[in-house]
Design a protein around this ligand. Sequence first.
Ligand SMILES: [Zn+2]
Ligand SMILES: [Zn+2]
Length: 231
Amino acid sequence: MSQQSYFYQELQEMLQQPGCPICHVGRKVARGQLDALLYDSVTDRDSRDKLTNSLGFCSMHSRDLLTFPGERLGATIIEWALLREAQRRLRASGPAAGASWRQRLLGQPSASSALAADDPCPVCANQAKLEARSLEELLEHLVGDLETPLAAAGGLCWPHLELAMRSASDARVHGVLVSLHDQVWQGLIEQMGEFIRKRDYRYSQETISDQETAAVERAIETLTGAYPRVA
Ligand SMILES: [Zn+2]
Ligand SMILES: [Zn+2]
């Protein structure tokens, strides 16, 4: 199976469910990576040591660790090692080299702290890479193919659409991205408009549909992504 067909098949699968397919790909990648790390962490010291450069994961992925049933031991072993590393850095630290809070508040650069993580969250880094690869695949197969299931799923979230627009140099791809999202968003805008209108006492005898009630959630997902993200 070629790399391309793997990403294409993944996208087709993700497009079966509502919400941004690239967010779904990212979520799956992150869950898979965390699951493997939890499994390895119990037995493999090397895999734990690799995490010390980033001092573990970002806030979102650290909390994700605790959502795997039966994996509290693995999560505890990982966080135990990371907090020990933080403690080691704390003990090895010295007084700040001149940078004051005042300088920081004024946005002036200061020397990086010995306590700061050297690397970004490894799950975020891997997730971003694979999301970008999936997005490339989506754009390649958008016109006349994936545009229909993408519209049915509710389109891309704003962060992924913004990323897509930056690389959509083909006028047809750009045109599909604009018209598809314009249409989907117009539907949401109208549903939210109806919800607001019917909450007015003058129209309170009109029934608010489930879709109109749920439109605000879909708008939040559209504007921020299908899952909470850490920038
Ligand atoms: Zn997204
Ligand atoms: Zn992360």
